[in-house]
Each structure stands twice: as structure tokens, then as C-alpha cells.
Design a protein around this ligand. Sequence first.
Ligand SMILES: [Zn+2]
Length: 156
Amino acid sequence: MHSHSQYEQKDAAGKRANPSSRFRTFLISESTWQKMIGHCKREFPLEACGLLSGKNGIAKTVWPMENINRSPVSFSMDLEQIRRVFELIDKRDECLIGIYHSHPTGKAYPSAGDIAYNNYPEVGHLIVSLASKTPVVKCFEMKGKKVTSLFIQLVG
Ligand SMILES: [Zn+2]
């Protein structure tokens, strides 16, 4: 299987010290990707948020969640809704792979609040920026205050 990360490793063989060979890759199916972006656009100008589940490390199911803050600059999920969705994820024999939310007018990078209130250090965090005409999506791993970029790879 060829992936972005292998491609980047070849780059890293060059003279410039390139830390990207250490980047991990977030795998997501094309249709899940489209649904996630569609959800974010529908909620505009408010922030949208949701969960991504799947198998074998590939995000295949999108779970649009309610942003109980109903805010253009922050999001927060309802704990009861999270519990119900986790049950449904279990029933599908899937596991939580990622979390997404939108930045209606901000860039695709975690805000101070995203980092401070992150309850899921073990999954990828996708941020969908709707600040320009074409949505920009980036993926991060957030452990404590450490933010690491992940590559995103769309799979069939
Ligand atoms: Zn955010």
C-alpha cells in the first residue's frame, strides 16, 4: 500500500531534515469525508461537531452531533448523546477513530479551547475550516498541550 507517509519518507531522505516521516496518516473513506464537510456547511455560521467511527483504522461512519454551545467559535457535545452514539458504534462493531468540528471563519488549526478541553487524546481531530470558498480540512493529534499534524488519506 502506498501512502502519503511513505512518499514523505522518500522526501525525508533528502538533505533537509524533514520531520514529516514521523507523521502518521489518518484514513477516511471518500463518502464519510463528503458527509462530514456537508454537515459542517449545513451548520454554518455555527460550529458543527461530530464523531467518526470505523474498522481497521479507517473512518467509515460519520455521526453528526449537536453542538450544545450553538456558537460560531466553540463546540461542546452532549454527554448523553455521546453515550448513545458510542452504543451504536459498538453495535456496528466499529470503534471511535476521530472527532471533527468546523471553524466557520477561522483557520484549520486547533484553538486554545480545542486543546484545553480535549477529552480524546487517542484519536485524530479533524478541523474543517470554512473561512474560504473551498473548505480546508486538517487533522491533528492532541496530547496535553502537544499538537501534532497527521496526514489525511482518502480511501475508496
Ligand atoms: Zn476548534
